[in-house]
Design a protein around this ligand. Structure first.
Ligand SMILES: *[C@@H]1O[C@H](CO)[C@@H](O)[C@H](O)[C@H]1NC(C)=O
Ligand SMILES: *[C@@H]1O[C@H](CO)[C@@H](O)[C@H](O)[C@H]1NC(C)=O
Ligand SMILES: *[C@@H]1O[C@H](CO)[C@@H](O)[C@H](O)[C@H]1NC(C)=O
Ligand SMILES: [Zn+2]
Length: 460
């Protein structure tokens, strides 16, 4: 997930509380489905008999879930998955620099006899397993690490100073390579083609956007992806229909006045006052203009200007971030942030420009799960792992560039738990203390493979 977002994790607990209050659906065109009552329990329509969680899908014989899990849990495959993840963890590479990670993936795909297209979006890979014909379903893993110094002391600590897989993308890659192996073994049973997308630069670089531009979604009619989560016990899968992660944007404003001696304020135009008024007014957008049932955030995080206590500076630079769960609200925030800063500046005789970094691609739309694709993930998770291993989760204020895929084709994003108190894997993503319970790797590999295979079976 996006680097700047997880600092807002504390908001989740607030959302969780709000979400447990049952609210009648407002009759507005905005999407409020994420305020439906959240049940953090097992899936509602799961089979009642807990001793036999798996239902046999008629289209798949013999019981494919057992076979998929059996392959994923073979001791030699678990060792292989852990080694892959550990190698990637030791050799983290930042956005669009995933050269060795990409090379490792291609080497494994070659060994498995899986064909792929490379390069896609620089270091990205588009591999395919199956019949070669329709339907085409995609599964995506992100490959990039973060500019964070690892503070976990363990055998496979990052070997690169200042870089770390602190968001678990090393695990995502290992899981998808694991799924590739399972799907290759099951290739004769595949009723279509699975596209495996290894994507660069999820963190701030918008690798997804470039992957799509380079044809990653060619023929693809649906897409799925997972993210590891320290909020759920190892191997538990979580998701929700509708908005799951917020749209996220950043802004930086330059407010310009006229420099002058502080003792003679009438000879200058003070941008510090204008910028201060703008910051205060920005607080009014969410509190006064947004529907209180439609969660949004505007945070000013940076404010800089002047370095001489006796001089009024000629400009102040301020900036921050904004979030919303619907496209409409998101773009409304963007519009109002610009208007408020420009207008407040003019009240104090200053001028202002606001940059939303559209060119640098740091605008992420909301990640919205298609109802049917969400149901698909839930069905597979319940049938594969049992009803107690699936949870409906509340939405989060973090962002994901998976949203670009979910804008293009029906999609579902889901979490795979990595939390284990004994192992200490309780830190959030982007923490220098972030660790995972590697027992989640075979579960993730199996889940990715089963989601893809069953999709093909049911969409012939
Ligand atoms: C649950 O499933 C098991 C194994 O299939 C079966 O023996 C048992 O009778 C079932 N129990 C109920 C309550 O259906
Ligand atoms: C969201 O809104 C923007 C700006 O209005 C538009 O360009 C984009 O296509 C919209 N996306 C969706 C998914 O509606
Ligand atoms: C946590 O990890 C330990 C050591 O691998 C394992 O014995 C235990 O079962 C794990 N706990 C959970 C809840 O997965
Ligand atoms: Zn991430």
């Amino acid at each position: 997930m996006n680097p700047h977002n997880l600092s807002l994790l504390s908001l989740i607990s607030i959302i969780t509380i709000i979400s447990t209050i049952s609210i009648a659906k407002p009759s507005s065109d905005l999407d409020f489905s994420y305020f439906d009552k959240i049940t953090l329990s097992a899936a509602g329509n799961a089979p009642k008999n807990e001793t036999s969680p798996r239902r046999r899908s008629e289209a798949m014989t013999p019981d494919p879930y057992e076979e998929v899990l059996r392959i994923a849990r073979k001791p030699e495959n678990v060792r292989w998955l852990k080694n892959l993840r550990r190698w990637i963890h030791e050799n983290p590479e930042l956005a669009f620099e995933e050269f060795e990670t990409s090379r490792l993936i291609r080497k494994e795909l070659d060994k498995l006899g899986i064909e792929y297209r490379f390069p896609v979006a620089g270091t990205g890979i588009r591999a395919s397993v199956g019949s070669g014909g329709p339907p085409f379903v995609a599964v995506r893993a992100d490959m990039d690490a973060l500019p964070i110094q690892e503070l976990v002391e363990w055998k496979h600590k990052s070997k690169v100073a200042g870089k770390m897989h602190a968001c678990g993308h090393d695990a995502h890659v290992a899981m998808l390579i694991g799924a590739a192996k399972i799907l290759k073994i099951r290739e004769p049973h595949l009723k279509g083609t699975v596209i495996l997308l290894f994507q660069p630069a999820e963190e701030a670089g918008n690798g997804a956007k470039r992957m799509i531009r380079d044809g990653a979604l060619e023929n693809v009619e649906a897409i799925f992806a997972a993210h590891v989560s320290h909020e759920h016990p190892t191997g538990v899968i979580g998701s929700r229909p509708g908005p799951l992660l917020a749209g996220c944007g950043f802004f930086r404003a330059v407010i310009s006045g006229t420099r002058g001696q502080a003792g003679s304020p009438h000879r200058s135009v003070n941008p510090v006052l204008a910028a201060s008024a703008a910051v205060i007014s920005l607080q009014g957008i969410v509190s006064r203009e947004a529907n209180p049932l439609d969660s949004q955030v505007v945070s000013v995080t940076s404010f800089n200007g002047g370095d001489n206590l006796d001089v009024i500076p000629d400009k102040v630079v301020l900036g921050g971030t904004f979030r919303a769960f619907s496209n409409t609200s998101f773009y409304q925030l963007l519009k109002r942030i610009e208007e408020i800063i420009v207008e407040q500046a003019s009240v104090f005789r200053c001028s202002a420009t606001v940059d939303f970094f559209e060119k640098e691609n740091t605008i992420y739309p909301p990640t919205v799960n298609d109802e049917h694709m969400y149901e698909h993930v839930k069905k597979v998770a319940v049938d594969l792992l049992g009803p107690t291993r699936f949870r409906v989760v509340p939405p989060m204020m973090g962002a994901e560039d998976f949203s670009f895929y979910s804008e293009a084709v029906p999609a579902a994003f889901f979490y795979i738990g990595i939390r284990n108190e004994t192992l200490g894997s309780t830190h959030s993503g982007h923490s220098p203390h972030f660790t995972i319970d590697e027992d989640a790797l075979p579960v993730g590999a199996a889940a990715h493979a089963a989601i893809a295979e069953r999709y093909l079976n049911e969409h012939r």
